[in-house]
Design a protein around this ligand. Structure first.
Ligand code: NAD
Length: 379
């Protein structure tokens, strides 16, 4: 896989007139990142502005959420969409799904005149892919927003529509990843009597903490929202620590369930655990932290190998129209197998685990690519 584009979105809301593609050679970028398609979005009547990026549909239609975010430039929005679409391809490939990676990025700006109309316009764009791109919500879009998009497209999944608990499914996968990591550390796969530090106690962290306690583990936890922390502590018996102290706790595992980019050179140096396994997306602040953790003897279970529970259920519901509860337990086993394979390969080759996972995911695209790459929906 070619060089990754990285971007940290922040800052004020520009009007798209002030944003610009400042010298990106789009076709060179597409070649470099092996992208199938970039669609620029524009609906002046409502203020819709942004991109859909389809990275790779070798394994099936592209799946990926849509986010509404304030970007300083159109370049930044496009780069974010590309980075996220590539990550979705890898997540789907590693989870063995017949799906590829895509992402929708809507630019949040002062010129949005009609939010509901903008979302319906976005739905029409999604519909125009004819089943090559399936989407749902992500940062900046609520369940109600996604429902608006659904009004104009069959290829939008509204989170509240689903019978199944997506965060619950992801939590089962996190537990599977923990078993694999403990085993790779020579501690056996049982969670009984293990100590786990959980960072963030929202939808994911709360579920992981509850499952861990049920398995007989001790949970040390933190959340920047004191009320959330107290609520989870009283329901699970987790011991609370200050959010800035999570790094210094002596434990078996560290479990990031808060935000992206939490594993930096500095935080990695403070960890006193055998492994890192969590639900948060894009945990590594920079690719080199993967190797730094390895040098320090900390097993890092690559985030997208661990947190694929929600996308797996979504893909099954969308593409195979099946979803039953037995799959949730099987999901944990599947993640355990994948993470075990990653650590075995890492130990054999000496390559850090995230690098191994990227390679495994990219290899899963090679065979089909030799015949036909682009997914085209049946009519
Ligand atoms: P959430 O918003 O429900 O919970 C995040 C929690 O982290 C909040 O309670 C917040 O107060 C806390 N937090 C933020 N910064 C913190 C810090 N520095 N220290 C301690 N706590 C902090 O989000 P979620 O749905 O639980 O998702 C958590 C992560 O898991 C995200 O990265 C998300 O992308 C990823 N993820 C979620 C799902 C899912 O189904 N919910 C699936 C896959 C991946």
């Amino acid at each position: 896989m070619a060089r990754m584009v990285t971007y940290n979105a922040r800052s004020a809301k520009p009007h798209p007139e002030t944003a610009h593609l400042s010298g990106i050679d789009v076709l060179a970028l597409m070649r470099d990142q092996e992208l199938e398609q970039i669609v620029a979005l524009n609906d002046p009547a409502t203020g819709l502005s942004g991109f859909v990026v389809i990275h790779d549909t070798t394994r099936g239609p592209a799946i990926g959420g849509c986010r509404l975010w304030s970007y300083p430039t159109a370049d930044a929005a496009l780069e974010d969409a590309i980075r996220l679409a590539v990550a979705m391809t890898r997540k789907c490939a590693l989870a063995g799904l017949n799906a590829g990676g895509g992402k929708g990025v809507l630019i949040d700006h002062a010129g949005i005149k009609d939010r509901a109309g903008m979302l319906r316009a976005m739905g029409r764009y999604v519909e125009s892919f004819g089943g090559r791109f399936y989407t749902s919500g992500d940062l900046g879009l609520s369940g109600a927003d996604i429902a608006r998009m659904r009004e104009t497209s069959r290829y939008v999944a509204v989170p509240d529509d689903r019978k199944l608990d997506l965060a619950g499914a992801t939590a089962w996968g996190v537990l599977g990843g923990m078993r694999a990591t403990l085993a790779a550390a020579g501690l056996g796969r049982s969670l009984q009597g293990r100590r786990v530090v959980v960072q963030g106690l929202g939808a994911m962290g709360a579920r992981v903490a509850a499952l861990l306690v049920k398995e007989g583990a001790t949970v040390i936890a933190a959340d920047t929202d004191a009320a959330v922390a107290e609520r989870v502590a009283s329901s699970t018996g987790a011991r609370l620590v200050a959010p800035e102290d999570v790094w210094d706790q002596a434990a078996d595992l560290f479990c990031p369930c808060a935000t992206s980019g939490v594993l930096t050179s500095e935080t990695a140096a403070r960890l006193r655990v055998r492994g890192v396994v969590g639900a948060a997306n894009n945990q590594l602040d920079a690719p080199e932290v993967d190797a730094e953790l390895m040098r320090r003897g900390v097993l890092y279970a690559p985030d997208y190998a661990v947190n694929s529970g929600a996308i797996t259920l979504t893909a099954r519901e969308f593409l195979e129209r099946r979803s039953d509860l037995r799959d949730i337990a099987a999901l944990g086993e599947r993640v355990e197998e994948t993470v075990t394979r990653i650590f075995e390969t890492s130990a054999r080759t000496g390559n850090p685990p995230q690098q191994v996972a990227d390679r495994l995911a990219d290899d899963a695209l090679v065979r089909p690519r030799s015949t036909e790459r682009q997914f085209w929906p049946l009519r």
